[in-house]
Design a protein around this ligand. Sequence first.
Ligand code: 3HC
Length: 313
Amino acid sequence: SHVLRSAAYSTATEVKKITVIGSGLMGAGVVQVAAQSGFEVNMVDLKQDFLAKGEKIITSSLKRVAKKKHADDAAAQQRFIDDVMSRVHLSTDSARAASESQLVIEAIVENLKTKQSLFKALDGAAPQETIFVSNTSSLPIGDIASATARKDRFAGLHFFNPVPQMKLVEIIRTAETSDQVFDTLFAVTKKMGKVPVACKDTPGFIVNRLLVPYMMESLRLVERGDASMQDVDTAMKLGAGYPMGPFELMDYVGLDTIKFITDGWYTAGKGLVGDKLIAPSSLLEKHVKAGEFGRKSGKGFYSYEGVGADKGK
Ligand code: 3HC
């Protein structure tokens, strides 16, 4: 049973067009699953070459999906890709894109001021009924929503990497998010083929609240010299059934991202300030200082030379 409310679809508004702001790995993934599920999607970013990169992330992922869907039929694979891409519209004009959408999903840089100023501008441009959501993994939804006059139509919609593959979406509701908005997001997520869970606006929501301290504990274990990083990864894969060990997973998520999340919680996370579980780790700091962010920079705890950042494991 749902803690926050079970969804009654009757009150959900119909979403036909979605605008996704930000065409990085997360944003592009959300665009892809939305278009694959039949939504019309505007993919928005600041510059054409950012959009081109996002489009490349989508088409290379769609190729993998198409190969599974239509093995040995190259023409059918191409038709599938063309059909999905026909629903993806590229734009550098976020206000215009939002003005024609029932749902705006933000997946830009993890900076509160930047997100607030984006949403403030969109608040004036989008129709009254348009729902705004953020895909943030580290900032309070309520703080972002406070820049708008639609706090009842504001929520968090948190996807996981790789977005096309991971089934979960966390729906974050603040004290002000309306039941109708929650129900609409629940229905949209289901239509995307995902499994929604609900969580209050608390640091890390469900997944990161548990996963991030686990990652930090794995760093401490290696820092103390109790075991090697390779053995910790092997242990968690073969002893606990995780698809990746914690060091592989940190490289996958991005070491800069892990540091950004834990630093934020340690200094300002509700109920987490000064908590030793998420205290800075010297091993993590060392890699981040050296510019070793993981898979996306070619090196983190492990080396990924010649492996694309968007290629799963
Ligand atoms: N697009 C489409 N399909 C993809 C894909 C992509 N980008 N990446 C992987 N896949 C598919 C593959 O095609 C393959 O499909 P199949 O099994 O049907 O043939 C399947 O996923 C498995 O891929 P691989 O065989 O290449 O590799 P793995 O079996 O190791 O799986 C993985 C890769 C799905 C990434 C798996 O290792 C995994 O689940 N890892 C953990 C990921 C995780 O925990 N993510 C959450 C991170 S936390 C987060 O995102 C929150 C943020 O806020 C910090």
